[in-house]
Design a protein around this ligand. Structure first.
Ligand code: PLP
Length: 473
């Protein structure tokens, strides 16, 4: 057997036990590190190394189980997995259309399909990055470039030192990786804007924040404490970050009004839609994202709702020139020097230089599902989330805390101690994985239904598991 056949056999074994294996790993980090720690002086047959790797199995988390609801974790669609293997075998460093035309074309087609399915303006730039964190970074890099250019500053040439300070307004319940992306970009800590009980940004609070001339933080002032008053704060460069899909509630910001307000003040609007943007692909759920197409940049993941294997995120910029200026690169030794007027090469759409053709598995999953299949995938996740919320919410002593708009369900017991005890019991069961969190000042149990493989039977088993955990507390 060669290495590929060995890998295929072990992969099948892993996938086949998805419904029967307990979800948590049975061995811990130290035991596993010890198992793999010997570096021999001489060579080992590649197939034997793959066999050795299969001994990692007791340390694997059953993230592909239909009853794994932790964080926001997609499963692996078979077309995506097959395409991912082929992408590695092809080993195309997808920078330039002229050099790797097949993978560049597949990514370009996948990008056009995404814009179509998500109802976003055709002609927007689409870059395939590692995840939504980098998609946030990429969209915000384009925004940083544009708002500074609008104020007469060329950040690509002159950097941030001495630049007009950029204000970044975010919903108080944005994902932490928005802050991380802003940190990478040298924009510091953003200014939080009040949200409602589902975590949606409040339009009146956003309007007030946009008009607030006293609270513009000067770069270098210590975070959160010192503010300097800028007489011309209203004229400063501003970026507004909105959200499609709150981590706890799944709620969506009011895009139409928020974007109109922000644009009236000359702000760049970025939307973090890591999992939630996919509502736009379903005719029945599309209203949740109404107005989102007016954003200047958007971030989403393929490895969550679309069930493409890791790592695959998507940065979409509806003002493509800003992206090309912010992250594009040209070097003298690259073939096919840019035709600045022509369509961008892949290397001009993402922060990376060398990279795998990670858009190819996206093409494959979209091609396998078809337009209706993408809608059915998203609708199915939401239907399962609602069924879980209904079943769990009917259990004595349990309260579902959010309006189940999309794939996220948050529930809790009467007090934090009981909620934490139920969380621990659920994880001990090995039958489901639901992660604990804190939301709106209390301990909660979070469910994210993101795996295409979750069945009605999984849902029923999961509700039953919660019933037993609640009874035991
Ligand atoms: C998961 C997530 C992110 C980060 O995405 P990665 O793919 O983990 O980099 C950002 N925002 C939201 C809302 C998310 O759910």
């Amino acid at each position: 057997m060669d290495a590929l056949e060995a890998a295929s056999a072990h992969a099948r074994q892993w996938l086949d036990q998805r419904n029967t294996r307990p979800i948590p790993p049975r061995l811990g980090f130290d035991q596993l590190a010890a198992r793999f720690s010997a570096l021999p002086a001489g060579p080992t047959d590649p197939a034997a190394v793959i066999d050795l790797l299969s001994q990692a199995e007791p340390g694997l988390m059953g993230m592909n189980s239909g009853r794994f609801y932790g964080w926001v974790i997609g499963g692996v669609h078979p077309a995506g997995l097959g395409a991912d293997w082929l992408t590695s075998a092809w080993d195309q460093n997808t920078c330039l259309r002229a050099v790797t035309p097949a993978t560049a074309a597949l990514e370009a087609v996948a990008g056009d399909w995404l814009l179509d399915l998500l109802g976003l303006p055709s002609g927007s730039a689409v870059g395939f990055v590692t995840g939504a964190t980098m998609a946030n970074f990429t969209g915000l890099a384009a925004g940083r470039h544009q708002v500074l250019a609008d104020h007469g500053w060329d950040v690509a040439a002159d950097g941030l030192i001495g630049a007009p300070p950029v204000r970044v307004l975010v919903g108080a319940e944005r994902h932490d990786t928005v802050d991380l992306a802003l940190r990478y970009l040298g924009l510091g800590r953003p200014t939080p804007v009040d949200v409602d009980d589902q975590g949606r940004i409040r339009v009146d609070a956003l309007a007030a924040a946009l008009d607030d001339r006293s609270q513009t933080r000067i770069q270098g002032a210590s975070a959160g404490t010192e503010f300097a008053t800028c007489p011309e704060a209203g004229d400063r460069p501003v970026i507004v970050c909105l959200q499609a899909g709150n981590l706890h509630s799944g709620a969506y910001d009011p895009f139409t009004e928020a974007i109109e307000l922000a644009h009236a003040r000359g702000a760049w609007v970025h939307v973090d839609g890591a999992f939630g943007l996919w509502a736009a692909a379903s005719p029945g759920l599309r209203d949740l994202t109404a107005g989102v197409a007016g954003a200047d940049s958007l971030a989403t993941d393929a490895h969550k709702t679309l069930n493409v294997p890791y790592d695959c995120g998507i940065a979409i910029v509806t003002r493509p020139a800003a992206l090309r200026t912010a992250v594009g690169v040209r070097a003298s030794y690259m073939l096919d020097p840019a035709d600045a007027a022509g369509p961008p090469d892949p290397v001009e759409l993402t922060p990376e230089f060398s990279r795998r053709a990670r858009g190819v598995p996206v093409w494959a999953v979209l091609r396998s599902l078809g337009r209706d299949g993408v809608a059915a995938l998203v609708d199915g996740l939401v239907a399962n989330a609602r069924a879980l919320a209904d079943g769990i919410g009917a259990l004595p002593g349990v309260r579902v805390l959010n309006d189940v708009a999309f794939t996220q369900v948050c529930f809790a017991m009467a007090d934090d101690a009981a909620t934490e005890a139920v969380t621990a019991a659920l994880i001990r069961s090995g039958t489901v994985w639901m992660s604990g969190s804190r939301w709106r000042g209390r301990a909660v149990i979070r469910i994210s239904v993101s795996n295409w493989a979750t069945t009605a039977e999984d849902v029923a088993t999961s509700i039953d598991t919660v019933r037993r955990a609640v009874q035991g507390v």
